[in-house]
Write a protein that binds this ligand. Structure first.
Ligand SMILES: *Cc1c(COP(=O)(O)O)cnc(C)c1O
Length: 428
C-alpha cells in the first residue's frame, strides 16, 4: 500500500495544527510512521486518501457500533439538518432521546446531554461533589475519563494517598483531591477510604477498562466498590462512555448487575456525532441547575443533529433483539481465531475480551491493571500494527487501546483479519 497523499497531508496539517492532529492518539507517536488520512468510510471499511481500503477496528473509538455511514443514522441527520442545525432553545427531540435512554439503562430517571465524554465525566464529578459536599475523588490508574484537570493525575511519589499532575497546566491544588487506586485492587481502595474517612465524594471507574487495552473487572470487584461507597456515603460513578450501549442495552450496570449512582455516556450515544451525557436518579439529577445549585451548561448541548443521530442509533440498538448476541459471537470468533494463530506461532500473548471489546497484549501473564498492561512488548506491537495496516487491517495505533467490533463486520472480514494476523506474526 502507498501512503503518499496521507504523508503530504500530514506535512500540511502540521503547519497549522499542533502535531497535525486534533487529538493526540491519532498522531501515531507510539507506533511511529505517518497517520493515515481517511476520505470516507462505509460499513466495516475505511477508504483513505491514497485509495487504500482497510477493515476498521477502531470505529471512531467506539461510536460506529453498527458500522460507518449507517443508512438510518445518516438519513436522520440529513433530514434534521434541513430544519435548522442549532437553536439554543429546547426541542422535542431532546425529550425523545432522553426517554429512550432512560428506558434502556437501569437505575436512572433523568439524563443531561453534553458534547463529549470529557464533559460528561467532568460534570458528573462536580455533581457528586456538590451533592455530597465533599472534595476528594478516587480514580484508577490507567482509566481514562477525558482530559479535564481532575483526571489528568498520576500516582504521587511515595505517598499512596495523593495524586500528582501528569500534565503541565494541571495544578497541585487540583491533583491533591484525586486519589489514585489500582484497578481490580479492592484492598488498595479500602486503604484510601480508611485514610480519608467521610471525605470522598465519589469513586469514578470504567466498569470494564478500555483505555489500557481491555481489562475486565475481577469477579466481585464492582460489588465490593458498591459496598465501600454505601458504607461511607460516597457516590459510585460508572464511566460508561465506552461500555454504554455497547456491552448491553443497559451497559455494564446491566451486564454485572451493579448499580451506579451516576452514569456517564459518550461515543455510541451520539451515533458518530459529538455527544456525551450523564444520568442518575431524580434526586441526584435535580441537584443540577436550573433547579438545583450545581451549575452545568452548554450552548450546543442537545444539538438537534447530534440528538437525531443518537436517537436513531439508540432506536436501532433497542429494537434489534439479537444485536448484542451477534456482536458477542463475532468478537468471540475473532478471539478464537487470533488465539489459535498466536498459540501456533508460540508467541507470548494475552487476549482480553468483554462483549465486543477486545485487546491483544504481547505478554503471557494475566493483564488486570495498569502495571500489568504496561508489561506488554511494545516493539512487537509496533510491528504487529504496521504489518496489519499493510495487509489492510486497521487497529488502534497504540498498545493501550481496545479494538471495537462492529455489527457491520462479516465473518469473511473476520477470516480476512485472522489470516492477516497469521501472515504478520510469522514475521514478528
Ligand atoms: C473516550 C472516553 C472518554 C472521553 O470522551 P471524549 O468524547 O473523548 O471526551 C471518557 N471516558 C471513557 C471511558 C472514554 O473511553
Amino acid at each position: 500500500m502507498v501512503y503518499k497523499r496521507s504523508s503530504e497531508l500530514f506535512v500540511e496539517a502540521n503547519k497549522v495544527i499542533p502535531g497535525g492532529v486534533n487529538s493526540p492518539v491519532r498522531a501515531f507517536k507510539s507506533v511511529g510512521g505517518t497517520p493515515i488520512f481517511v476520505k470516507s468510510a462505509k460499513g466495516p471499511y475505511l477508504f483513505d486518501e491514497d485509495g487504500n481500503k482497510l477493515i476498521d477496528y477502531i470505529n471512531s473509538w467506539g461510536p460506529m457500533i453498527l458500522g460507518h455511514a449507517h443508512e438510518p443514522v445518516i438519513n436522520a441527520i440529513t433530514e434534521r439538518a434541513k430544519l435548522g442545525t442549532s437553536f439554543g432553545m429546547p426541542t422535542e427531540l431532546e425529550t425523545k432521546i432522553a426517554e429512550l435512554a432512560v428506558s434502556m439503562v437501569p437505575n436512572i430517571d433523568k439524563i443531561r446531554f453534553v458534547n463529549s465524554g470529557t464533559e460528561a465525566c467532568m460534570s458528573a464529578i462536580r455533581l457528586a461533589r456538590g451533592y455530597t459536599k465533599r472534595d476528594k475523588i478516587i480514580k484508577f490508574a490507567g482509566c481514562y475519563h477525558g482530559h479535564s484537570d481532575s483526571f489528568l493525575i498520576q500516582a504521587g511519589s511515595g505517598a499512596i494517598t495523593f495524586g500528582s499532575p501528569n500534565s503541565p497546566g494541571v495544578t497541585e491544588g487540583t491533583a491533591k483531591d484525586t486519589l489514585l487506586a489500582n484497578y481490580n485492587d479492592i484492598e488498595n481502595v479500602k486503604a484510601l477510604f480508611e485514610a480519608n474517612k467521610n471525605e470522598i465524594a465519589a469513586i469514578i471507574i470504567e466498569p470494564v477498562a478500555g483505555n489500557m487495552g481491555c481489562i475486565p473487572p475481577k469477579a466481585g470487584f464492582l460489588n465490593a466498590l458498591r459496598e465501600l461507597c454505601d458504607a461511607d456515603g460516597t457516590m459510585l460513578i460508572f464511566d460508561e462512555v465506552m461500555t454504554g450501549f455497547r456491552l448491553a442495552k443497559g451497559g455494564a450496570q446491566e451486564l454485572y448487575n451493579v448499580k451506579a449512582d451516576i452514569v456517564c455516556f459518550g461515543k455510541v450515544i451520539g451515533g458518530g456525532l459529538p455527544v456525551g451525557a450523564f444520568a442518575a436518579k431524580k434526586e441526584i439529577m435535580d441537584y443540577l441547575a436550573p433547579i438545583g445549585p450545581v451549575y452545568q451548561a452548554g450552548t450546543l448541548s442537545g444539538n438537534p443533529l447530534a440528538m437525531a443521530a443518537g436517537y436513531e442509533m439508540l432506536k436501532e440498538l433497542n429494537s434489534d433483539k439479537d444485536i448484542y448476541k451477534r456482536l458477542e459471537e463475532k468478537t468471540a470468533y475473532l478471539y478464537e481465531g487470533i488465539h489459535k494463530v498466536l498459540s501456533d506461532k508460540e508467541i507470548d500473548f494475552t487476549i482480553n475480551r468483554v462483549g465486543s471489546m477486545i485487546s491483544v497484549h504481547f505478554d503471557k501473564n494475566e493483564v488486570y491493571d495498569f502495571e500489568t498492561a504496561k508489561k506488554g512488548d511494545n516493539d512487537s506491537f509496533k510491528k504487529f500494527f504496521h504489518g496489519l495496516v499493510k495487509e489492510g487491517v486497521y487497529i488502534a495505533p497504540s498498545a493501550y487501546e481496545t479494538w471495537f467490533i462492529t455489527d457491520a463486520l462479516s465473518y469473511e472480514d473476520l477470516d480476512f483479519t485472522i489470516n492477516a494476523i497469521n501472515k504478520v506474526v510469522s514475521n514478528l
